[in-house]
Design a protein around this ligand. Structure first.
Ligand code: 7F7
Length: 441
């Protein structure tokens, strides 16, 4: 199908959209979406197993979201929380504080994206503690702005320099065993005892599942051991729940699995259900540190905050935490079933409805497949009618982050598509040339 210009949507996109904004894992171009399905140009429906890298937790066009956003946009209490208190943002902050554990007086900051939220967390924590060093992890993705990318450790970000005074620790990987938790902790203690004085460290950024870095689940006790060190040295423990938080992991917060209580929690993606809103929750004495101004005119704006409230309400009304566990278990079982038939699947891992399959050359060596292989599976799945993405520093982990509203029947449909895609790629049905434009990192 072509627009009035006679060009397809993809062609028009190529003419006007900056390449620095693209991360395309398939040729799909969208004209709409409903439920768990996206509608591509021409009208074909595709099952959405990525939820646009996570945010579309309620799928597309969810009635509660339509109602909340329509009502908000029809009766706008201004567009700036910086300029005036607004009912939707204040209520959302109250609700977020209610569902997020933490001690003492806390305050909420609102932004538009996970990137600006991590940026803000970094700046305000540095300013309020008077410390300038940070710790984060190899493989982490905290955002694409100057500050948030400077504390990220993803291979896709090596074109920009890390923040001075950043220590990037390996995230222990129980599957490949590149580093064990004990080795990482030993290295951290050694750094603390020598060239990285802990009293100069403002904060430590942690993803409770290292998602873009390969969907790695931390070994039991690792995050608790980090928390213990943070407490000992007055380091703020900043947990980035942007990708896996708010019910996706089968808990409200993914950090709950670790029995830890962060000082600062960062939300994004799911919070707006696809609309741009992010939040940082932290201790009052940090979040009220006025000279660390983090004012964005439309942060916490009326409409995005209404979307946030609709998401939190749907999590409760539709028991989405329970659902993430139930449908997540069905998906996981299905993937384990595929593993029995596809040697290429080295491991199935995840929590709730954030799951991954690690594709390997062979199960003994656990060596990742070349990224082209993962890209081919995704490309073939797109042809068969489903959208997936890949993660991992070698691009060998197929990621499943569908809407939390995914039905059992849709889960089965997605599994059947992956099954067929693996068979077809195994039979050489997709060429290297076909997927070359879709290799992103
Ligand atoms: O919404 P935004 O891209 O600004 O969020 C940044 C961010 C912060 N923290 C975590 C744990 C994230 O995963 C992200 C963003 N994640 C990327 C977005 C770019 C494409 C790759 N897939 C992601 O999930």
């Amino acid at each position: 199908m072509t627009g009035s210009s006679g060009l397809t949507l993809r062609e028009r996109d190529a003419r006007v959209i900056a390449d620095i904004a693209r991360l395309r894992f398939s040729p799909v171009s969208l004209v709409g979406g409903r439920g768990s399905r996206l509608i591509e140009e021409g009208g074909r429906e595709l099952l959405d197993f990525g939820a646009s890298f996570g945010p579309a937790v309620l799928g597309h066009g969810h009635p509660a979201m339509v109602e909340a956003v329509t009502a908000a946009v029809s009766n706008m209490g201004g567009a700036s929380l910086s300029a005036y208190a607004n009912e939707n943002a204040v209520a959302l902050a109250e609700e977020l504080l209610h569902v997020t554990p933490g001690k003492g007086e806390r305050r909420v900051w609102f932004g538009h994206s996970g990137s600006d939220a991590n940026d803000t967390a970094m700046r305000v924590v540095a300013a309020a503690t008077g410390r300038s060093r940070f710790i984060s992890f190899v493989g982490s993705w905290h955002g694409g702005l100057s500050g948030s990318s400077s504390i990220s450790g993803h291979t896709a970000m090596t074109h920009s320099l890390p923040r001075p005074g950043l220590m990037l620790l390996p995230y222990p990987d129980p599957y490949r065993g590149t580093f064990t938790a004990e080795e990482v902790l030993k290295y951290l203690d050694y750094q603390f005892a020598t060239v990285f004085p802990p009293k100069q460290v403002a904060g430590m950024f942690i993803e409770p599942i290292l998602d873009d870095g390969g969907l790695i689940i931390p070994p039991p006790g690792f995050l608790a051991a980090l928390q213990e060190r943070c407490r000992q040295h007055g380091i703020q423990l900043i947990v980035d729940e942007v990708k896996v938080g708010l019910a996706r992991s089968g808990r409200m917060h993914c950090f709950e699995y670790e029995g830890i209580e962060p000082d600062v929690v960062v939300f994004g993606k799911a919070l707006g259900g696809g609309l741009p809103i992010s939040a940082v929750i932290g201790p009052k004495q940090i979040m009220d540190y006025r000279t660390a101004y983090a004012i964005q005119t439309m942060g916490g704006n009326w409409v995005a905050a209404a979307a946030g409230r609709a998401v939190l309400k749907a999590i409760e009304d539709e028991k989405l935490i329970e659902r993430a566990n139930r449908i997540g278990a069905i998906l996981e079982q299905g993937l384990l079933g595929l593993m029995a038939r596809h040697e290429i699947i080295g491991e199935v891992r995840g929590r709730g409805m954030v799951l991954g399959i690690d594709l390997v050359r062979d199960r003994k060596s656990r060596q990742p497949v070349p990224v082209q292989t993962t890209a081919k599976v995704i490309y073939r799945a797109y042809q068969l009618g489903a959208i997936f993405f890949y993660v991992g520093l070698g691009g060998n982990v197929l990621e499943f982050t569908p809407p939390l509203t995914l039905t059992e029947a849709e889960a089965a449909e997605g599994l059947a598509i992956i099954d067929q895609a693996l068979i077809d790629v195994g039979n050489g049905m997709v060429s290297d040339a076909e997927v070359a434009p879709y290799i992103m990192w």
